[in-house]
Design a protein around this ligand. Structure first.
Ligand SMILES: *Cc1c(COP(=O)(O)O)cnc(C)c1O
Length: 408
């Protein structure tokens, strides 16, 4: 799954380039930086790697989401439709621009259910934000059609799907804008970092300004820059960009390993009847950072997790009980535990949308286990893991089958 697993000499060399000049900032200091512009280089690599016209690096994926929303003009009172299975950063970013996160159900793709999206549209809806979870993408054709029909913005949270594609297009390049995260556990890491992707030049310019206090970056002298808009500081540093520059050049190496190890485990678990898998709208485009599967019942999923732990099989996630990724445990959001005061109207609406019931998603997430795929396993190690996983799953299924026969 994460690029940090293969951090090495190449990354150290790029960081050293920056340390040699001592110019750790991405802007200015033209003479002493001696032609070293790691952030600019990384932005260029992002554009060519993912096939997008513009990329704006920022300090995190969360900052990328906030920057994209600000540049898209999403703000006070606007509703942003997003899934109940994501990372907390998605709704944090919506809240950060004064908008309302409208949570809706996912389907067995583990991403936005297009039907649930259509149902949630109101006169206040401004944008739909699919979150491409666990390396595989949402049903973009259907979501694009809904957004087109209702004149809504489409903002892809592709933070967790670097390297995934949908019908040949990279995650984050299909909507009006997309975001990537390069935090420490993503496929490509900068330690901390993120990017906004867009083909819209005017939007890109706004992102460029927003993440650096509104600077228009038109002159050689920062002090003389104009500030057409207010902004923030979401800048990335040259040290972070240097790490990402190597990592992105290694993306095919990372993806090949991930896909190979994923296939080994998938091929083994596929043999087990009773087990089903996450539906992938474009299976060939799965970045394969996780293998996600469903047990027939919640009880069996919990048994499998206990079995994996007992057998020492690490790196498995039961999101249903996880505090960061699924609505059920977002108590701070449901309780409105803000440090600062919100406008009453925003607070009321946020609490309303955060406290709905999500039975359809519960029925899916309660049975779901995601198993992370390491870049460090050899094919043989992946096979050994697959065998161990299959044994645990098989035992749980057999135990419950016996139990259900006993009750007949
Ligand atoms: C990681 C992640 C983010 C946020 O990225 P950071 O760089 O950690 O701020 C946003 N959304 C999703 C789905 C993520 O997985």
């Amino acid at each position: 799954m994460p690029g940090y697993e293969l951090f090495g000499a190449l990354e150290r060399k790029e960081v050293n380039d920056v340390l040699e000049t001592g110019i750790l900032m991405r802007y200015g200091f033209d003479a002493p930086r001696k032609g070293i512009w790691k952030s600019k280089e990384l932005e260029q690599e992002i554009c060519t790697t993912f096939g997008i016209a513009h990329a704006q690096l920022v300090s995190s994926g969360t900052a990328a989401l906030t920057t994209a929303m600000a540049a898209l003009g999403i703000g006070a009172g606007d509703e942003v439709i997003m899934p109940v299975f994501t990372f907390v950063a998605s709704f944090e970013a919506v809240l950060s621009v004064g908008a309302i996160p409208v949570l809706v159900d996912i389907d067995d793709t583990l991403t936005l259910d297009p039907e649930a999206v259509a149902h949630a549209i109101t006169s206040r809806t401004r944008a739909v934000m699919p979150v491409h979870m666990c390396g595989s993408m949402a049903n973009m054709d259907e979501l694009k059609a809904i957004c087109g029909k209702h004149h809504l913005l489409l903002l892809e949270d592709a933070c967790q799907a670097i390297g995934a594609t949908y019908k040949g297009k990279s995650a984050g390049t299909i909507g009006d804008a997309g975001t990537l995260s390069f935090d420490f556990v993503k496929l490509i890491t900068c330690a901390e970092g993120g990017a906004v992707l867009t083909n819209n030049e005017a939007l890109y310019k706004k992102c460029d300004q927003f993440c650096d206090h509104g600077h228009d970056h038109m002159g050689a002298d920062r002090g003389a820059d104009h500030h057409p808009y207010l902004g923030y500081n979401f800048r990335i540093s040259e040290l972070h960009a240097a790490v990402g520059l190597v990592q992105i050049r290694r993306i095919n190496e990372f993806l090949d390993l991930q896909k190979r190890n994923h296939a080994v485990i998938f091929n083994e678990l596929k043999k087990i009847s009773g087990l089903t898998f996450r539906r992938r709208p474009d299976p060939a485009g799965d970045a394969c950072s996780f293998l996600s599967f469903f047990m027939p019942t919640e009880e069996m999923a919990k048994d499998v997790m206990a079995g994996f732990a007992a057998a020492g099989i690490t790196g498995n996630f039961y999101w249903y009980d996880n505090n960061w990724h699924y609505v059920r445990k977002w108590l701070h959001l449901q309780n409105g535990s803000w440090m600062h005061r919100l406008f009453d109207d925003q607070k009321k609406k946020v609490l309303h949308y955060a406290n709905q019931a999500f039975a359809a998603s519960d029925a899916i997430m309660g049975r779901c286990i995601s198993s992370s795929i390491s870049l460090t396993w050899s094919a043989q190690q992946a096979q050994e893991r697959a065998d161990k996983m299959a044994e645990v799953v098989g035992k749980v299924l057999a135990k419950h089958l016996i139990k259900s026969q006993e009750t007949i």
